[in-house]
Design a protein around this ligand. Structure first.
Ligand SMILES: Nc1ncnc2c1ncn2[C@@H]1O[C@H](COP(=O)(O)OP(=O)(O)OP(=O)(O)O)[C@@H](O)[C@H]1O
Ligand SMILES: [Mg+2]
Length: 382
């Protein structure tokens, strides 16, 4: 995105400075006004491309300010965003009626929502097309191999293109499981990183401070180590963290587990590819069907999906054609039942391809990783 001039109108100087600091990471010019009247004067004088207004202003109601901006030809078409400390639906409605394009409640998630809104208003290339390729792993049902596949496929992505840098981020709550799979015991994790000042968790930070899991060939941002710590996670920071990771790495693979929470959906919407891990038992297929319908209802195209059928629970279960018929999608990769081999490799913190290089599954993983990257690239260019 080329730099835009953004005016922030808010009587609270700390709040103004925080917004300015956050937005300045993009190449934007930020100007500030501490009152409604000052906002009007600056808006008409400096012609900002966007105005962010806290509707609770001491001298002039945000709604009145918006109406006056709308009534003047200099600012009639300028996008207006309300960033409101008053979270009520009533306030949202009065702001919309007054001519605000967007209404965002001040909360931990406000910054990431604001960045998304700005991207959308300026019709910039969507975030998903910026930076490294983002592949998220999502499971309809727990225990179907989502985390093991995320780690092992990430390893194979790195194996296929050793000159490129791969990061894995585990955002499964309340306990991440990539760290125990790959044998990471460091202190740094998603929660500690989300606690850093946004100015300190930049792409440079992620480039220099994630641990390279040597055998696995990727850099790890481990998940929450336990529920107690997870409860402190500032989920509003996740989107920003993923964005910075993508600036630092060629590939970012994210274990989402089975979450479709609001923050998970924000990550899913940015993804170049969603690896959907499906088990072969009837309940896994039924749950996946619900997930699929939800994703479709939220505007996700099937072409963004990379369905993986993983026979995690044993030899019995539905066949690939049956699953395809039931879900109305094409399975891209089918992974056979690997007996205790997968669990053994996991328990020894060793990539499957290193532990069992001659197993056909090692070949399947490698080919699957190649296909996923190709599909993700194709999605992005298309
Ligand atoms: N194809 C397979 N053959 C045999 N075992 C498998 C296969 N896929 C996964 N497993 C085993 O299934 C178990 C669960 O795997 P994993 O933890 O990756 O699943 P998950 O979907 O991430 O679970 P959770 O819901 O706990 O996050 C592990 O012991 C793993 O080794
Ligand atoms: Mg898991």
């Amino acid at each position: 995105m080329t730099g835009k001039k953004i005016l922030v109108v808010d009587a609270d100087v700390a709040s103004r400075n925080f917004i300015a600091r956050t937005l300045q990471k993009e190449p934007h010019e930020i100007i500030q006004a501490g009152s409604g009247k000052e906002g009007l004067i600056i808006a008409w004088r400096d012609h900002p491309d966007l105005i962010i207004i806290e509707p609770n202003l001491p001298d002039l109601k945000g709604e009145d300010l918006a109406s006056r901006l709308r009534a003047d030809p200099r600012t009639a078409r300028t996008p207006l965003v309300a960033l409101s400390s008053d979270p009520t639906t009533q306030r949202m409605k009065s702001c919309r009626d007054a001519g605000f394009n967007e209404f965002i409640r001040k909360s931990g998630e406000a910054v990431s929502t604001l960045i998304e809104v700005i991207d959308r208003l300026f019709g910039s290339v969507p975030t998903r097309r910026q930076g490294g390729l983002l592949i998220v792993f999502l499971g309809g049902k727990g225990g179907m191999g989502t985390s093991s596949l995320c780690a092992n496929l990430a390893m194979n992505v790195a194996l296929n293109q050793p000159e490129l840098r791969v990061a894995v981020a585990d955002i499964v709550l309340p306990i991440g499981s990539i760290a125990p799979i790959v044998g990471y015991e460091g202190e740094r994790n998603l929660v500690t990183v989300a606690d850093l000042d946004p100015g300190d968790s930049t792409s440079h930070f992620f480039r220099d401070h994630l641990t390279l899991m040597t055998e696995w060939r990727f850099y790890l941002l481990a998940g929450a180590p336990d529920p107690e710590v997870a409860n402190h996670l500032q989920v509003g920071r996740i989107q920003e963290i993923i964005r910075e990771l993508r600036h630092a790495y060629d590939f970012v693979l994210v274990d989402l587990g089975r979450s479709l929470s609001r923050f998970a959906m924000q990550v899913i919407h940015q993804a170049d590819l969603v690896a959907l891990v499906i088990g072969t038992d009837a309940s896994s297929v039924a749950l996946t069907k619900t997930v699929l319908e939800y994703l479709r209802s939220r505007g996700m195209s099937d072409s963004t999906l990379y369905p993986i059928l993983n026979r995690a629970i044993g030899l019995e279960g539905l066949s690939k054609p049956d699953v395809e018929k039931e879900l109305g999608i094409e399975i891209k990769t089918a992974i056979p039942y690997l007996g205790s081999h997968f669990a053994m490799a996991n328990n020894q913190h060793t990539p499957f391809a290193v532990k069992f290089p001659k197993d056909t599954a090692a070949v399947i993983f490698r080919e699957c990783a190649r296909q996923m990257v190709d599909t993700a690239k194709h999605q992005r260019s298309g």
